[in-house]
Ligand binder design. Structure first.
Ligand code: FUB
Length: 373
């Protein structure tokens, strides 16, 4: 499965992990800022010499990943996964990503400090949840904040749930059941200029999307042949109360410049997981991870439900197996949030980061190289 070895920088990773373990004691609301800053500063010393990393971790007292960033009320809020070492053996189905809660973070300014608001949702409070609380997203509508999350149910099938709060930092109260007709992982919610909200979701391999090809769940993995269209991410319109789908689940079509579907064997470009949608200059940008080829790629369309035409890579592979991002505008600049494994050197113990994202005059995105092997 791993065509990029995450052990390749083990010496460096061990050095970073040593720094991390010294900073690991604080896991409380607001954290211990001075301890955090010391750990990050030491990491910066360790990395500045060879310029291996474009940016430094935003959080260094817990492991964080899959950052979904939003601007609510003039502040940046970040909704990441909270990686833990649960002692589960690494497997291709991602069982070792055995996360159990979400911390929520905020920043007043991209160059300022980051605040940990503590646990916003815990798996033990989700009545239908089994295991593996994966990449979440958030939205705001009609005075309520919504946290969308994928988790395996008690039959070990990924579903997507929603929880609500009157505050962007929670605590969030989950609905008693998963969203009807939802499945697989990595929900991302985009609200269009007309106020309509859409959820994008799906992920292959450990994300189980390949088990829904017939429309119903099957334990068998059913992948298309390499010369057939790749499995497509999904999109559904959300109901006005943001708690259910108001229309059918549809495929998100990602086409090449000749209007043909990307093929299942086109691992460098086809969808794997981690969908995100944003709007720029009237166009809709659908970005995603190519998984086993580790890129964040993007495609552009004229409608929030596609089709989208593939454009290229916006973030090259980072250290670690997974690559997962979000894109947000704040005070006239655009930012990419992403993660890598700088602090731990381990696939399932990641740390979130951010950097500025820039567009070319034609609307294409300048490719970011955040890690030099
Ligand atoms: O964090 C668990 C999973 O790893 C996410 O859901 C995927 O997008 C990948 O980042």
């Amino acid at each position: 499965m791993k065509n990029r070895s995450y052990f390749r920088k083990m010496t460096f990773a061990l050095m970073a992990a040593t720094v991390f373990s010294g900073a690991c004691q604080s896991n409380t609301q607001e954290g211990d800022a001075s301890e955090n800053q010391d750990a990050v500063a030491e990491n910066q010393d360790a990395t500045a010499q060879d310029g291996q990393y474009l940016t430094q971790p935003l959080v260094s007292d817990i492991y964080t990943a899959d950052p979904s960033a939003h601007v609510f009320d003039g502040k940046i809020y970040i909704y990441p996964s909270h990686d833990i070492d649960a002692g589960v053996q690494e497997k291709d189905d991602g069982s070792h990503f055995d996360m159990r809660d979400y911390h929520i973070f905020s920043m007043d300014d991209p160059n300022g400090t980051i605040t940990d608001h503590g646990v916003g949702l815990d798996i033990k409070d989700i009545p239908w949840a089994g295991r593996q609380l994966w990449a979440p997203d958030a939205a705001f509508k009609n005075g309520t904040y919504y946290l969308y999350f994928p988790v395996k149910d008690k039959k070990d099938v990924f579903r997507i749930g929603v929880a609500t709060s009157s505050s962007p930092t929670g605590p969030f109260t989950p609905q008693p059941q998963p969203i009807a007709q939802s499945y697989s992982i990595d929900p991302a919610v985009f609200t269009d200029t007309d106020g309509t909200s859409y959820m994008y979701f799906g992920g292959i391999w450990g994300g189980q999307l390949q088990r829904w090809s017939s429309g119903a769940y099957t334990e068998n993995d059913e992948y298309p042949a390499d010369d057939k269209p790749a499995l497509m991410p999904k999109v559904a319109r959300l109901s006005p109360d943001m708690l259910s789908f108001s229309g059918d689940v549809q495929d998100v079509q990602i086409l090449d410049k000749d209007g043909k579907h990307l093929l299942a064997g086109d691992n460098e470009r086809r969808f794997f997981e981690a969908a995100w949608v944003h709007q720029y200059n009237g166009k809709y940008y659908f970005s995603y991870s190519t998984g086993d080829t580790h890129n964040i790629a993007y495609a552009i369309g004229d409608s929030p439900v596609g089709p989208f035409t593939y454009q290229g890579v916006l973030l090259k592979p980072v250290q670690g197996w997974t690559n997962h991002h979000s894109i947000v505008e704040f005070k006239g600049k655009w930012y990419l949030f992403y993660h890598d494994t700088q602090l731990s050197g381990k696939t399932h113990l990641r740390n979130i980061k951010m950097t500025e994202l820039k567009y070319n005059p034609d609307g294409t995105i300048q490719t970011i190289t955040a890690y030099n092997e």
